[in-house]
Design a protein around this ligand. Structure first.
Ligand SMILES: NC(=O)c1ccc[n+]([C@@H]2O[C@H](COP(=O)([O-])OP(=O)(O)OC[C@H]3O[C@@H](n4cnc5c(N)ncnc54)[C@H](OP(=O)(O)O)[C@@H]3O)[C@@H](O)[C@H]2O)c1
Length: 287
């Protein structure tokens, strides 16, 4: 671990910090002594958060990760602070739920703009200063869905699979520059994200031919997030990735969900399909 005195002045940029996991990471890291730049589109929420933590530990930054100009403006504010950024937590995320056949193309684009191209744009913006400093940490918030793709979640799953791939490339590219890259893969976490995803399924419940499947899946899906752990399990993994001398390339949050990945890696796909269907109730539709 970094020594406590050293951690006191490390600065970290967190995207999507106005809610859920990003907000929790901002508070957690600020209390651990980090200087936090908390970014999102809802500046009012970020200002509230900065005020609640106090002592100038959190700076609120308006940033839409899909808008290069807003990324540049936020980077200018960070540069004015004087110290090079030590960490970036790419957390901003969007989802779209529904049968692949039905999902509108603009929703595909919006999810990829945020989860993949936006993540890459913010990463590009911070890399020169990290490389020049010869140190830095990039923590990409992926998802278990980046390895195990449920039905009706294909766009989101595809975007999180992309995060896995680009994180592997980036980690290997940055070895000579002292910049370390980790992916944190949350399982279901109790934030506003899950309820929003469930809402997106509603529009397909009466839509032939997938309606009955969607209704069955949604009934299972909307039970997951309220019963899931809170975002602190993710903040702990992010903190480890930022501070451990040898951060892991991948974290699962909560760690006990690693069993799902182990099963996915060990079992043949046909068997994994059957297990998933049994769990989410879709087995009744199998022909
Ligand atoms: N909750 C889960 O079960 C779960 C599981 C696995 C992975 N994840 C991942 O964890 C991350 C955070 O999710 P969460 O659960 O904390 O969801 P959340 O509470 O809905 O927060 C999402 C955050 O992303 C920000 N955001 C969305 N689009 C943005 C954009 N274009 N530019 C900047 N910020 C943007 C939102 O802020 P503004 O609207 O203010 O911009 C918000 O702060 C996401 O990457 C998600 O995929 C979540």
């Amino acid at each position: 671990m970094l020594k406590k005195e050293a951690a006191l002045y490390q600065s970290v940029l967190i995207t999507g910090a106005s809610s859920g996991i990003g907000e929790e990471c901002a508070v957690f890291l600020a209390h651990k002594g980090f200087r936090v730049f908390a970014a999102a589109r809802r500046l009012d929420k970020l200002k509230e958060l900065a005020g609640a933590v106090g002592a100038g530990r959190i700076t609120a930054l308006a940033m839409d990760v899909t808008d290069e100009a807003s990324i540049a403006a936020a980077m200018k504010t960070i540069a004015e602070d004087g110290a090079p950024l030590y960490g970036l937590v790419n957390n901003a995320g969007a989802s779209s739920m529904g049968p692949l056949e039905k999902l509108p193309a603009d929703e595909w684009r919006q999810v990829f703009e945020t989860n993949v191209f936006g993540l890459a744009a913010v990463t590009r913006a911070v890399l020169p200063q990290m490389r020049e400093a010869g140190r830095g940490r990039i923590v990409n918030i992926g998802s278990l869905t980046g390895r195990i793709a449920s039905p009706f979640q294909g766009v989101y799953a595809a975007s999180k699979h992309a995060v896995e791939g680009l994180s592997d490339s980036l980690r290997r590219e940055l070895v000579p520059y002292g910049v370390k890259v980790s992916v944190v893969r949350p399982g279901a976490i109790n934030t506003p994200f899950g309820a929003h995803e469930a809402e997106m399924l509603e529009r397909y419940e009466t839509d032939a031919p997938y309606g009955d499947q969607v209704t069955t899946f949604k009934a299972w899906f909307e039970r997951q997030h309220p019963a899931a752990p809170g975002p602190s399990v993710v903040a702990e993994a992010v903190h480890h990735a930022l501070t451990a001398e040898h951060p892991k390339s991948r974290y699962v949050a909560p760690p006990k969900m690693a069993y799902a990945l182990a099963l996915r890696n060990l079992l043949p796909s046909a068997l994994t399909d059957r297990i998933l269907e049994r769990v989410n109730g879709l087995d009744m539709f199998r022909k």
